[in-house]
Design a protein around this ligand. Sequence first.
Ligand code: ZN
Length: 88
Amino acid sequence: MPAMSTIVWVAIGVAGGLFLWKTGIAMLRGFTTPLPPPPPAGEMRKINVRYRCSVCGLEIKLTLAPDEDPPPPRHCLEDMDMVAPLYD
Ligand SMILES: [Zn+2]
């Protein structure tokens, strides 16, 4: 028959362990929370900008962005160069 104080300490240990476990799960949930969904199409800016990769020559056109002056995309580990903004 263990002493009462031993039982109390075991109970405290179990409670502490459960608390840490729950905290850990909550933190994991925080890390794995999916990114927020993109804003609805109405809040996206229609843009028309071409970028060219200065390393391999790949050229792309951006037509939608969350704001009117998005940071240049990267290709071949370099920022792409803006070719010419084409305004409609
Ligand atoms: Zn490239």
